[in-house]
Design a protein around this ligand. Structure first.
Ligand code: GLN
Length: 261
C-alpha cells in the first residue's frame, strides 16, 4: 500500500513540475531558444509566399537573419493581412512583417521598426485597357471598377481619392488576397487592380493578358510592426536590422528575390 501511495505521490509531483515549467511565462521553443512569432500573409510574392509547405521570401529571410542574430527561434504564422495589426497589438504575435507600409494611421495602433525596403503602389490593367493612368480612373465621369486587397494601402489610398473626387465607393471591391483581386481583373469583374509593385510583377508574369501601367501611384516604406507595449523587442530587432542593413545582408536577400530590370 505504502508503495502505491509513494508512486502516486511521485507521479503527482512530476505532473505539477511539468505544469509549472509549462507556465513559466517565456515562450520557449523545443530548442530552448526564446520564440519569435511573426505574423504575415503569405500571398505577397516575393516578400512572402509558399514554396510547398514552406513560407519563403524577402520578409521570411530577413526575419530569419534577425532571429539568428538575437538567438531566437523564428515561427512564421500565416493569417489574413487585415488581422496582423490587431494580432500584434494584443500580443498574440511578437511582430508583423508582411511588406507592410508605414502609415500615420497604423502608427496610432503599433510601433514600426526602421524601414528595410521600399514599395510602390502600381496599377494593373488588361493589355487592351483604355486606362492609361490613375487620372483616367479618378476622372469624374469614369466608372471603372477597381479591385484592391482589403485594408492594404492600395485600398486606403484609392478609397480616399474616390472620396475626395466624390466617386462612389461601390466601384471599389476589396478582396482578401491580391491573388483574388488579380483573378477578378483577368475575368473582367474589375477594370484595374491597385497593388504593390513587386507582387504586381509576379501576378502579371503568371497571368496572360495583363500589364502594369508605367505611372506609379504612391511610393512607400516597408517596416516591421510591434505592440506599443513591447519596445524592448522592437529595440532589439531594430539593432539587429541595423547591422544586417549595414553589412549588406538585407540587400543581398532583396537581390536574391528581385532582379534589377
Ligand atoms: N504594402 C501594403 C500595405 O502595407 C500591402 C501589404 C500586403 O498586402 N501584404 O498595406
Amino acid at each position: 500500500m505504502k508503495k502505491i501511495v509513494a508512486i502516486v505521490l511521485a507521479i503527482a509531483m512530476i505532473a505539477s513540475v511539468a505544469v509549472l515549467s509549462g507556465c513559466s511565462g517565456e515562450k520557449k521553443s523545443e530548442s530552448g531558444k526564446e520564440k519569435l512569432t511573426m505574423a504575415t500573409n503569405a500571398y505577397f510574392p516575393p516578400y512572402e509566399y509558399y514554396e510547398g509547405e514552406e513560407i519563403i521570401g524577402i520578409d521570411a529571410e530577413v526575419a530569419q537573419a534577425i532571429a539568428d542574430k538575437l538567438d531566437m527561434e523564428l515561427e512564421i504564422v500565416d493569417i489574413e493581412f487585415d488581422s496582423i495589426i490587431a494580432g500584434v497589438q494584443t500580443g498574440k504575435y511578437d511582430m508583423g512583417m508582411a511588406g507592410m507600409t508605414v502609415t500615420d494611421e497604423r502608427k496610432q495602433s503599433v510601433d514600426f521598426s526602421d524601414s528595410y525596403a521600399t514599395g510602390i503602389q502600381s496599377i494593373i490593367v488588361t493589355e487592351d485597357s483604355p486606362i492609361k493612368s490613375i487620372d483616367d480612373i479618378l476622372a469624374k465621369d469614369a466608372d471603372y471598377k477597381v479591385g484592391v486587397q482589403l485594408s492594404t494601402t492600395g485600398d486606403i489610398y484609392i478609397s480616399d481619392d474616390f472620396d475626395k473626387e466624390g466617386k462612389s465607393a461601390d466601384l471599389i471591391t476589396e478582396f482578401q488576397t491580391g491573388n483574388d483581386a488579380v483573378a477578378a481583373l483577368a475575368s473582367g469583374k474589375v477594370d484595374a487592380v491597385i497593388i504593390d509593385n513587386e507582387p504586381a510583377k509576379s501576378y502579371v508574369a503568371a497571368t496572360s493578358g495583363l500589364k502594369i501601367l508605367d505611372t506609379e501611384y504612391v511610393t512607400e516604406d516597408y517596416a516591421i510592426c510591434f505592440s506599443k507595449d513591447n519596445t524592448e523587442l522592437k529595440d532589439k530587432v531594430n539593432a539587429a536590422l541595423k547591422e544586417l542593413i549595414a553589412d549588406g545582408t538585407v540587400q543581398k536577400i532583396i537581390d536574391k528575390y528581385i532582379t534589377a530590370e
